[in-house]
Design a protein around this ligand. Structure first.
Ligand code: HEC
Ligand code: HEC
Length: 479
């Protein structure tokens, strides 16, 4: 029973009590409806989570015309028990529960250390920050990881051993990239403090104080507000090379700053996410920085919790300084991954056709590509999306491949928006990326993705539909 981790768990259990509870609010002072207090800290994550997109499909739609419920995201209380159970079954053992402490795996002392690190590095809603340790601190954190209970001599020997193997150049590069990204993403304290105010006024009622997407307005129906803590987004124009070695949770599904600006400006058509045309350019920039702050914080938290709750066979004992190093690594990697996205915008060629006949001919080619084995859009968007083929997304909410006959697009309806969507896919929704279909086209041949875009545009317009059917008798659209 003198294993250090066991000992630590017992000590922590007896002295700390439950971790992360803010405690009850002080008794009211007479006002029957006092304003909701701004919680001093970001609440530590307590909801269930899973790390992989479930490959299966939901067995039923919760109710006609009533798309995803927030509860299906694995929250314990759910109005649609069947659907939530369905998801749990498909995820199997991959569901991680932050509230279930187990000896030697996930212990209150670990949760407490992680919560302290999060507070120190990311501040509070009123004073948000992104504290990136300086290089000397990174080196020290990486190499001096004392385990509680270790003797000084043993620790010194171990630290010397680690220093010998430390990959100076690689980590220095990661640290430099992360610092550059912190500046490029405008994550300085002044911007974040302003952004936090805009967020609390206009976004928090849906996206929640820590960006979990679970606030009061989130239950209304339709797709649930984005949970930023996963670090992935749907309507993005970045496409990092898929073969890139993965550092931390990886670069796929990260937006560019411009994407977030566009989302805030235009809203998300067909959902409850409103457009914000009256925010000043400065306010939009500030709130976008703040959303990035919440996302980076949430993703570092998620990545650390995943390791702590479900350590791999080669992982060290995550106690003491090991947790600090796990945290710093993930902070560097998450920022670096935002940088990778920023450096890899989707190359959208300009609209190739100026005249209507050209555009319609292109749409006919697009029709053929749509159903071809090469693209196979119909495998998910059956009958142009009129037949619901339900899918789970990365948050465990139900999504439906878009119905193209309606012409409502969440990431923007311009040709270049649709082009980017088809090129890069929708990573958290499991929609395929078709980037490689245009990589090797011979010069002079029409761009296949633009052809499909023109077809989608024609589909949503009854007059154009008729025109392309007149142009080519093979075009079939009616169900
Ligand atoms: C009335 C509720 C509501 C409000 C208010 C709201 N949002 Fe949203 N937001 C949503 C919903 C719903 C979605 C998800 C839509 C979907 O999944 O298609 C979303 C998605 C997003 C996304 C993700 C886009 C992507 O590419 O994945 C961002 C970023 C975002 N909102 C930012 C904001 C910001 C910033 C504000 C405040 C200025 C805000 N939202 C206010 C409901 C809201
Ligand atoms: C593996 C399944 C799958 C395949 C294959 C697929 N999609 Fe999708 N697609 C989806 C899902 C799921 C969504 C809805 C995502 C969401 O709402 O989160 C979607 C949404 C879309 C959207 C809506 C974007 C927006 O801004 O609202 C477009 C456009 C689209 N798909 C085009 C295509 C085209 C064109 C093809 C074939 C070249 C294709 N998809 C192939 C699954 C797929």
């Amino acid at each position: 029973m003198n294993h250090p981790r066991v000992l630590l768990a017992l000590v922590a259990l007896s002295t700390l009590g439950p971790v992360g509870c803010g405690g009850p609010n002080p008794p009211g002072t007479g006002d029957p409806n006092p304003p909701a207090p701004i919680s001093a800290r970001y609440a530590p994550r307590t909801d269930l989570f899973a790390l992989t997109i479930p490959a299966g499909a939901p067995t039923h739609w919760p109710a006609a015309n009533f798309p995803p419920l927030r509860s299906v995201r694995l929250f314990p209380h759910t109005p649609d028990r069947d659907l939530a159970d369905d998801l749990r079954k498909q995820l199997g053992k991959n569901v991680l529960d932050p509230l279930r402490y187990e000896q030697d795996v996930w212990m209150p002392a670990q949760a407490d250390r992680l919560a302290r690190l999060l507070d120190a590095h990311f501040g509070t809603p009123a004073a948000p920050t992104v504290l990136l340790p300086d290089w000397d601190t990174v080196v020290a954190t990486a190499n001096v990881r004392f385990e509680p209970g270790e003797t000084f001599g043993a620790s010194l020997k171990e630290a010397r051993n680690r220093l010998g193997k430390f990959k100076w150049d690689a980590w220095k590069g990661d640290h430099r990239a992360a610092s550059a990204m912190r500046a490029e993403l405008k994550l300085d304290d002044a911007t974040l403090a302003r952004g936090s105010l805009v967020y609390r006024r206009w976004c928090m009622q849906c996206h929640g104080p820590s960006g979990a997407g679970e606030a009061s307005q989130a239950v209304a129906g339709g797709p649930t507000p984005r949970d930023y803590r996963q670090g992935v987004f749907k309507y993005v124009t970045a496409f990092p090379p898929p073969a890139l070695p993965k550092k931390g949770p990886g670069a796929a599904g990260k937006p560019r700053r411009e994407d977030l600006v566009r989302t805030v400006r235009n809203g998300i058509e067909g959902t409850i996410m409103p457009a914000f045309p009256t925010l000043t350019p400065q306010e939009v920039e500030d709130v976008v920085s703040y959303v990035i702050h919440l996302s980076v914080r949430g993703e570092v938290e998620l990545a650390c919790m995943a390791k702590l709750i479900k350590p791999g066979d080669d992982d060290p004992l995550y106690v003491g300084g090991e947790i600090d190093w796990l945290f710093v690594q993930n902070e560097l990697w998450v920022l670096d991954n935002w940088g990778v996205a920023a450096k890899n915008p989707i190359p959208v060629p300009p609209e190739p056709f100026a005249t209507e006949p050209e555009r319609l001919k292109s749409a006919v080619r697009g029709f053929k590509l749509y159903g071809s084995a090469e693209f196979g859009c119909a495998s998910c968007h059956a009958s142009y999306g009129r037949v619901p083929q339900l899918k789970w997304d990365a948050w465990g909410t139900v999504v439906q491949p878009r119905n193209f006959t309606l012409g409502v697009y969440r990431g923007g309806r311009r040709g270049e928006d649709l082009y980017a969507r088809i090129y890069g896919g929708i990573y958290p929704s499991g929609m395929t990326a078709f980037h490689d279909r245009v990589a090797a086209t011979a010069p002079g041949t029409p761009d296949k993705i633009w052809d499909i875009v023109h077809f989608l545009q024609a589909l949503a317009d009854p007059a154009d539909r008729k025109r392309i059917q007149e142009l080519d008798g093979e075009v079939k659209i009616e169900p």
